[in-house]
Design a protein around this ligand. Structure first.
Ligand code: FAD
Length: 404
């Protein structure tokens, strides 16, 4: 029997030990680990395919350069899983096109040198030995396409990017979960013992455990059982630039810390974005996120301050060379995700609130499974929802979040 399918009356599961809501990379990685733990797992996705909402809109990059302990604890094992992905999912030869081309953070303000040095020291403390501080001369020598205005930076060669689509598909194919497409969750029922069923547009599934991995719609899922999540959606736009000979193919992901702009090569072209700190919070997220008609032009102008060759490229571009797309970053009060059980509603678990869900999802999914099976205690999970009420929040200094 197929495991990724559009159910009908005959194939719609009637029961499950656990239901995962959301078929982006976060939900699918969660379903993978839950099924690996031996649980009868059903994932519900309202769209026509897995990995079709926020996940494919990302620039698919990962970095070990994190300064928050809780984020490092998620991303470092996640990167190891990505590096050994075929073994992780048990599918020989499954290729996620992983590239270790590095992340380069640079700043034009010498005042940032101390902050960047401290970030590198924190990375080293987490075992990320290859993270380096770069002075102006190092940047010039090693990355000649970076503006001479940039006076300090950090670099980690082992950071990089991958195909989030292939990773999502690998998690799905490697799992024994069922993945229901074109099936929308419309309600969650509870009884005296907690959650008892998930209602969908194709019928109900009796279950005692639900994982909310609904990405930008996680709040509306939580609201079905009266829970308010401290998550805000902020639109983030990205531009794909068609192949041009001036774009260095071997470049890392290059980030201007001051402006929060970045670009990286992609098949002879490039992906670029601006994490605009003035972008407002969206009260009602939508599936088709609108883009600004002038975003690509504004971004090309800004990105020239990071890499001047973009001014020359811009002169050669026609509108058909540029594709702008938009999705959401989901922010929590400490900009770290919400993971694990919600004590107020027995059976409800969270895996949401991401602005970097591609790079964090492998370990986050495993953690949800460990918490749900009792292998990990909620108090050992610093990303539990109750951390805010408990006053256990610690913010870090990871760049590129678009919030200060
Ligand atoms: C421009 C941009 C660049 C980014 N770059 C990176 C990057 O380089 N690295 C990185 O790690 N992250 C990056 N991100 C963030 C990353 O894309 C997200 O954090 C990640 O994709 C979130 O995955 P998800 O599975 O939680 O959400 P989604 O992919 O949105 O999946 C959620 C799913 O839930 C489904 N769903 C919702 N409600 C229901 C319902 N009622 N019933 C059934 N299904 C439902 C939706 O249809 C959707 O498929 C970027 C994001 C953007 C916008």
């Amino acid at each position: 029997m197929r495991k990724i399918f559009v159910p009908d009356a005959a194939t719609m599961p009637k029961t499950a030990e656990v239901v995962v809501i959301g078929g982006g990379i976060v939900g699918v990685a969660t379903a993978f680990w839950l099924s690996r733990a031996g649980l009868d797992t059903v994932l519900i996705e309202m769209r026509e395919g897995l990995s079709t909402l926020t996940t494919p809109l990302s620039i698919e990059s990962f970095r070990a350069q994190m300064t928050e302990k809780a984020m490092a604890d998620l991303v470092l094992p996640s990167i190891r899983m990505y590096e050994n992905f075929a073994d992780t999912v048990g599918i020989p030869g499954h290729d996620i096109a992983l590239k270790h081309q590095g992340y380069l953070f640079v700043s034009d303000d010498v005042v940032n040198a101390e902050r960047l040095k401290q970030a590198v020291a924190v990375h080293h403390g987490y075992g990320v030995a290859g993270s380096e501080f770069l002075a102006a001369d190092d940047i010039r020598q090693r990355f000649p396409y970076i503006s001479e205005r940039m006076v300090c930076g950090t670099f980690h060669q082992n950071d990089g990017w991958l195909s989030s689509h292939e990773a999502t598909q690998g998690f799905a194919k490697g799992s024994t979960a069922k993945f229901l497409l074109q099936t929308k969750v419309s309600g969650i029922d509870t009884d005296a013992e907690g959650i008892c069923a998930v209602r969908t547009t194709r019928g109900s599934i009796a279950t005692r455990q639900v994982v909310n991995a609904a990405g930008p719609f996680a709040q509306s899922i939580a609201a079905m059982v009266g829970v308010t999540l401290p998550i805000e959606a902020v639109r983030r736009q990205k531009v794909h630039v068609a192949p041009k000979p001036q774009i260095p193919r071997a470049a890392p992901l290059c980030i201007d810390v001051g402006q929060e702009t970045y670009w990286r090569p992609e098949h002879g072209g490039a992906l670029m974005a601006w994490v605009d700190p003035d972008e407002p919070v969206t009260a009602n997220p939508v599936e088709d996120v609108p883009t600004d008609w002038d975003f690509a032009a504004v971004l090309l102008d800004k990105i020239t301050a990071l890499s001047p060759f973009w001014a020359g490229v811009a002169e050669t571009l026609s509108s058909s060379d540029l594709t702008t797309t938009a999705g959401y970053y989901m922010y929590t009060p400490d900009d770290q995700p919400l993971i694990g059980p919600v004590p107020e509603v027995k059976g409800l678990h969270l895996n949401c609130g991401y602005w970097a869900g591609v790079m964090l999802s492998p370990e986050a999914g495993r953690r949800v499974a460990r918490l749900l099976t009792g292998e990990m205690q909620p108090t050992d999970n610093p990303l539990r929802l109750s951390r805010f009420a408990e006053g256990l929040v610690s913010t870090g200094d990871s760049f590129l979040r678009g919030r200060h």
